[in-house]
Design a protein around this ligand. Structure first.
Ligand code: NAD
Ligand code: UDP
Length: 319
């Protein structure tokens, strides 16, 4: 990159929930963004407002196939994140994580780009340590219904670290915990979008199991800030680094909070707990605090109303 050029940044999965926010932030920072997506779970509507921007380019492409472009940085986000969607075609999910990682790492090696992997708290599986630090190796079922996602992401981390050791690539690995906010797909199947849509429609709020399992919910803007800060760290810092809300909530508490905010007539009902559903999930974010100076700025009590407004507007537009 010459000094008068803008940085050219590839975002795979750029039309998805997190990817679209990331593309927007990078463009605001003056970067040129190439958004690559196969639209499996992503939507054109998420990036419609960027399509006419002179620094934005969209390419329909499946990352399980090689990609030949010239860029300075790569954020690899391509992969369905909702259990319903990643279990729809589990073989393709593993291919997306593993072949996708090989393809983007090969690209980074050829063009000398710095590359960031959107990994996940799922690499910890159903954790036996609590909260989870990056040093914990995890408790993952290799042959269950969630394994295509969990093991795919674990193998992608392995590939990132082997490309780093073997080919000197500048890598960054973020372990993202449950994140929510505007542009989640209303039919995405994840808990925050499900509960809000059910409350808005006056339908029963479906708690899986007894609702005592926990998750830690991070608002999207905070998460994107963490990814951008991670990419900007010195070359010797690779991560993995946890990014997420250090405060933990039970799923029942989330349901009650959503219902209190939306109002309406929905009742809470218990449905069967999906197979291998992790009991507890809470990040230790000491590393992100010290290396990235990163803190959560949007508590659930502020982020939920913003997300509810988004879904209300979608519903009133008939989308
Ligand atoms: P999302 O489903 O909204 O976005 C994923 C995007 O990747 C979609 O636009 C989809 O069309 C695209 N995609 C899927 N397979 C592809 C392929 N083979 N080739 C090209 N594009 C493909 O999900 P999200 O919540 O935005 O998640 C983005 C990334 O962050 C994922 O890698 C996910 O694993 C990771 N992550 C997200 C969370 C979260 O809570 N949102 C938590 C942990 C990790
Ligand atoms: N969940 C729920 N009701 C729903 C959707 C999800 O109770 O309608 C639960 C799910 O069983 C899990 C938690 O909410 O314990 C988070 O689920 P999600 O699919 O959002 O993400 P996960 O962290 O399991 O990948």
């Amino acid at each position: 990159m010459s000094k008068w050029d803008n940085k050219r940044v590839l975002v795979t999965g750029g039309a998805g929930f997190l990817g679209s926010h990331l593309c927007e932030r990078l463009i605001e920072a003056g970067d040129e963004v190439l958004c690559v997506d196969n639209f499996f779970t992503g939507r054109r509507a998420n990036i419609a407002h960027l399509l006419d921007h002179p620094h934005f380019e969209l390419q329909r492409h499946d990352v399980t196939f090689p990609l030949y472009v010239e860029v300075d940085e790569i954020y690899n986000l391509a992969c369905p994140a909702s259990p319903i969607h990643y279990q729809h075609d589990p073989v393709q999910t593993t291919k997306t994580s593993v072949h996708g990682a090989i393809n983007v790492l090969g690209l980074a090696k050829r063009v000398g780009a710095r590359i960031l992997q959107a990994s996940t708290s799922e690499v910890y599986g159903d954790p036996t340590e609590h909260p989870q630090t990056e040093a914990y190796w995890g408790n993952v079922n290799p042959i269950g219904v969630r394994s295509c996602y969990d093991e795919g992401k674990r193998c992608a981390e392995t590939l990132f670290f082997d490309y780093h050791r073997q080919h000197n690539l500048e890598i960054k690995v973020a372990r993202i915990f449950n994140t929510y906010g505007p542009r989640m797909h209303p039919e995405d199947g994840r808990v925050v979008s499900n509960f809000i849509m059910q409350a808005l429609r006056g339908e029963p709020i479906t708690i899986y199991g007894d609702g005592s399992q926990t998750r830690s919910f991070c608002y999207v803007n905070d998460l994107i800030e963490g990814l951008i800060r991670l990419m900007a760290t010195p070359p010797e810092f690779t991560g993995p680094v946890n990014l997420g809300n250090p405060n933990e909530f039970t799923i029942r508490q989330l349901a009650e909070q959503v219902l209190a905010l939306v109002g309406g007539v929905s009742e809470l009902v218990e449905n069967p707990l999906p197979e291998d559903d992790p009991r507890q999930r809470q990040p230790d974010i000491t590393l992100a605090q010290s290396k990235l100076g990163w803190e959560l700025t949007v508590p659930l009590s502020d982020g939920l109303p913003k997300t509810i407004e988004y879904f209300k507007a979608l519903s009133s537009n008939g989308k």
